[in-house]
Design a protein around this ligand. Structure first.
Ligand code: M6R
Length: 358
């Protein structure tokens, strides 16, 4: 591999598999929460994290709320303490961090602990301060991540949190054993599906020269894909220095659509899920204003996609694994655009792997 980031993108099937095996039992079909975490005692979840880890948290909010029916608050860690939220007993604080050393996330975790809340940390470095200080360690097993742009740590966080949402749903009696086993089986297919998405590499590399000329790029999607749109935009900004924004598709009309012209590529994340038609109609609005569209979907979505878009067709998958599968093309897109621009992919300017000061 030319760069650590490229290697780490390709490490993801293994990283997800190792992570999922800490949470899912393929024999019994059960999902388990490590460290004696009992979700039947959790009334509410407060997630704190920064950057990409925050976006993994945003994705998990959809799952904790829809599957397990646990209300979730999520804050960027650097803002959380200063808004001094009222604390409710029964709230579990979940900090998410690759390094386990990010100053703001650590401070938010400590703040929750000092308010008497239970704490858990989804952490990749198991010897880190957060891993030591949280009541419960929820490990990811991505292995060392060297590239400043987080890739396999992100998908491992999403994998762990998704498995935890299934465990929480089962513990709270929201799903029966058969449904738990079905979701477990679907999640365990993630590594194979991620490998399938990696096979899109040549197609994505071919898009890079055009995209590298852009000054601004917009990403949008609905539901969990709106959170992934934020991650796609962050990935592109940090390594290629192209200005990018992620938006929930429904927000376009409330402002960002004014930015669209022939020179502003739009990346649409559009699995053929319940919200697909709405995403298609937002895409049509973009196209009517001349915006070139890269439409990332599955085979079913490709059949129903608006005419004139550039299609990237990912392996078809269940909604529960879609964020893991769609993460791969957006990472590769950012990577190849940065390579095209001759940027220092693993050490982007002004950024550090771990931000240990406030
Ligand atoms: O180590 P952490 O997960 O706590 O780091 C949080 C962010 O600094 C990190 O995700 C950052 O946004 C990455 N460079 C994104 O690729």
């Amino acid at each position: 591999y030319r760069h650590f980031m490229e290697k780490e993108i390709h490490d993801q099937p293994g990283a997800c598999q190792h992570t999922l095996s800490a949470y899912l039992d393929p024999v019994t079909g059960r999902a388990r929460a490590p460290g004696g975490l009992d979700f039947s005692l959790v009334d509410r979840i407060q997630i704190v994290a920064c950057g990409t880890a925050h976006y993994a948290g945003l994705i998990s909010r959809y799952l904790f709320e829809s599957l397990a029916r646990i209300p979730v608050d999520i804050d960027v860690a650097s803002e959380f303490r200063y808004r001094a939220p009222p604390v409710r007993k029964g709230t579990l604080c979940i900090a998410i961090s690759q390094s386990g050393e990010t100053a703001d996330t650590l401070a938010a975790l400590r703040w929750c602990r000092d308010q008497g809340l239970g704490t858990a940390a989804v952490v990749n470095v198991h010897t880190s301060t957060m891993a030591r200080e949280a009541d419960i360690l929820l490990p990811t097993h991505a292995g060392p991540e060297i590239g400043v742009a987080s890739t396999k740590a992100f998908t491992s966080q999403v994998a762990a949190l998704t498995a935890l949402a299934v465990a929480a749903a089962a513990a709270r009696g929201r799903i029966d054993a058969a449904e738990e086993a079905r979701l477990t089986r679907l999640l365990l297919e993630a590594p194979r599906l991620i490998s399938g998405a990696l096979a899109l590499e040549d197609q994505i590399r071919a898009l890079a020269p055009e995209l590298a000329k852009a000054r601004d790029v917009l990403y949008f999607g609905r539901g969990v894909m709106s959170a992934l749109a934020l991650e796609g935009a962050l990935k592109l900004k940090e390594i290629s220095y192209i200005h990018a924004e992620g938006y929930p598709a429904g927000e376009l009309k409330h402002g960002p659509i004014a930015l669209i012209d022939e020179a502003t590529p739009v990346i649409v994340l559009a699995p053929s899920d319940a919200l697909f038609e709405k995403t298609v109609s937002n895409t049509a609005e973009v196209m009517a204003r001349g915006g070139p569209v890269i439409f990332i979907t599955d085979e079913e979505g490709a059949r129903r996609a608006p005419a004139g878009v550039r299609l990237i067709v990912t392996p078809g998958c269940d909604d529960i694994v879609a964020p893991l599968v769609y993460a791969v093309p957006i990472q590769m897109l950012a990577y190849y655009v940065a390579v095209q621009k001759g940027a220092d992919v693993d050490q982007p300017r002004n950024l550090a792997k771990s931000v240990t000061v406030e």
